[in-house]
Ligand binder design. Structure first.
Ligand SMILES: [Zn+2]
Length: 547
């Protein structure tokens, strides 16, 4: 058998020549585009909870035609949007990639740092209000960066989302443009990190004034209210406001809100805006039409904004997922038409899950917070004042970590620092919401189950992290209204991961997969270097093919 390989480095056609004659078989050795889809706050069980009423073309199509990793978990403790989007696209954990939370306490500037904060950047697309967003705080490369590095920057990478952090981290350092939604104007914007002026296609998209159109509409349930049997009654006391309306009940008439563009982000219209922007980006940047594989990262934030407001048992959440499923089906049809069913490589996952609301748990005799106990920060500060004369020994609390006030502590030379840390931990351990507290630099010795210990270690960054890690009770720390997230427990850590399209076999696995395995798997599929901080492993069921 004789092989002749024809084509460029990026676009390879195999002509197999047999002894009996030319049996020309062509196959594409790369996808035209990678489509990364993230659904903010989507728990794994949502794939099945609402499945009876999902369409054939959305989530169900992915499960039928694609490969689902049923037991995918987040491998670190602080499950939030910034770290989640970063982990998926870097294959790394906060201890390495540095995005330890949506924000953290920065000891060098003595204030909170927002994860995509960039004081050197200006907002592009609206009147600039000071600093803007970029991936400058991200310490490693992303899979999109590696894709571009693999072919001398000939691939294009674009990120699109409602939230800035959900567009910035997936786009990476080398993004051709990461775009997010501006609550003040209903437009998609970016920052001067990427460009000095919006591309014409973004200006054209903004000129369509889709947000204004949606603000003239009403959100009603897709089906009759009594058919929402997977959810509680529409009116519950533990639902906070979705929009500026007294009660969180259907219908939601956006036309009564004036120009409240931000309100759309808690509704299915927020998802529609992102779908339309993604299509505009594909067309505007001509993604998937060049010699090299391109990538678009599309992230839906409205699922999270709504979930925080009403909680995971609300009719609103069920209806949003039923509508998201229809929009996904439409998006898949769009991609089929443009690239062919096997011309694109798509995965869908989430940045974290969600807890139940306290009110729901209490109503149903499930373990929950029993009292509004005083904050432990006040208790620790009171102890330190009494025993050491320090007025504020905790300078910050972020991401389940306590940052001690070392300026104050070290100003008093006679203080036994080790004893002080022990005293702080003793106060924390007495609190009803806390399982345990442990010095961050000694986490390896914590008497916890390995799974918990590893997750806390993976979440701790020595420069950006605090001094003491706190482990909360599973159901005693969270929002009194709506849903919360941020903890290591399965309700937050268990996420969907389904692959579809180019070179993806039909199938499933129930073995444990890490969120940080996604980027190394993409690297294996695309045959490029994995991102610089990757701690995950390729999913061999997907990458195991002939060299
Ligand atoms: Zn959230």
């Amino acid at each position: 058998m004789l092989y002749r390989i024809v084509g460029s480095f990026c676009f390879v056609l195999f002509f197999i020549v047999t002894g009996s004659g030319i049996n020309a078989q062509t196959r594409q050795d790369r996808p035209k585009i990678v489509v990364g889809v993230m659904v903010d706050q989507m728990r794994w069980d949502y794939l099945y909870r609402y499945q009876d009423r999902y369409s054939e073309g959305g989530f169900k199509r992915m499960l039928k035609q694609g490969f689902t990793c049923e037991n995918t978990h987040i491998p670190y403790s602080n499950t939030a949007t910034g770290p989640g989007h970063t982990c998926v696209y870097t294959g790394s954990v906060p201890a390495v990639h540095g995005i330890v939370g949506n924000s953290w306490y920065d000891r060098s500037i003595k204030r909170k740092m927002y994860c995509v904060e960039d004081t050197l950047a200006q907002t592009i697309g609206v009147v600039d209000s000071g600093s803007s967003s970029s991936p400058r705080n991200l310490l490693v490369t992303t899979i999109g960066d590696e894709l571009k590095l693999s072919n001398n920057f000939r691939s294009k990478v674009v990120g699109v989302s409602i939230k800035d952090r959900s567009a910035v981290f997936p786009g990476g350092h080398l993004s051709n443009g990461s775009y997010w939604y501006d609550n003040g104007t209903g437009k998609f914007i970016t920052s001067s990190y990427y460009m000095d002026d919006l591309p014409q296609w973004v200006k054209n998209f903004n000129d369509r004034k889709l947000a204004d159109q949606y603000l003239g509409q009403t959100w009603e349930t897709l089906y009759p209210m009594e058919t929402y049997v997977q959810s509680t009654a529409d009116d519950k006391p533990y639902e906070s406001k979705v929009i500026n309306k007294e009660k969180s009940v259907f219908p939601y008439d956006f036309s009564k809100l004036g120009k409240d563009y931000g309100a759309l982000t808690k509704s299915p219209f927020g998802n529609k805006l992102v779908f339309e922007m993604a299509k505009a980006a594909i067309e505007g940047e001509k993604l998937g039409s060049g010699d090299c594989t391109d990538m678009i990262a599309v992230s839906f934030s409205s699922t999270d904004r709504l979930g925080h407001a009403v909680g995971m048992n609300a009719v609103e959440v069920e209806d949003m997922y039923l509508r998201l499923d229809l929009d996904l089906a439409d998006f898949f049809r769009y991609l089929d038409n443009r690239y062919g069913e096997k011309g694109y490589l798509l995965f869908i996952t989430a940045d974290h899950g969600a807890s139940q609301a306290y009110g729901f748990l209490a109503e149903n005799k499930l373990p929950t917070r029993i009292s509004k106990a005083a904050g432990y920060v006040a208790e620790v500060n009171a102890m330190a004042k009494r025993k050491y004369g320090i007025s504020k020994v905790i300078v910050n609390e972020s991401n389940q970590e306590i940052y001690l006030n070392w300026d104050e502590i070290r100003a008093r030379k006679q203080i036994d620092e080790k004893q002080l840390v022990k005293d702080v931990i003793a106060v924390l351990r007495k609190h009803e919401r806390i399982v345990d507290a442990w010095p961050n630099r000694e986490l390896g010795y914590a008497p916890w189950p390995e799974i918990l210990k590893n997750k806390v270690i993976n979440g701790y960054h020595p420069v950006r992290g605090g001094d003491i890690a706190i482990v909360y009770q599973p159901t005693k720390f969270g929002p009194s209204m709506g849903a919360g997230h941020g903890w290591w427990y399965p309700f937050d850590s268990h996420i969907p991961l389904v692959w579809m399209g180019w070179n993806i076999p039909q199938g499933h696995t129930n073995r444990l997969i890490g969120m940080n395995d996604i980027a190394p798997t993409l690297a294996g599929l695309l045959r490029i270097q994995m991102p610089s901080g990757s701690t995950g492993q390729p999913i061999l069921e997907l990458t195991n093919r002939q060299p």
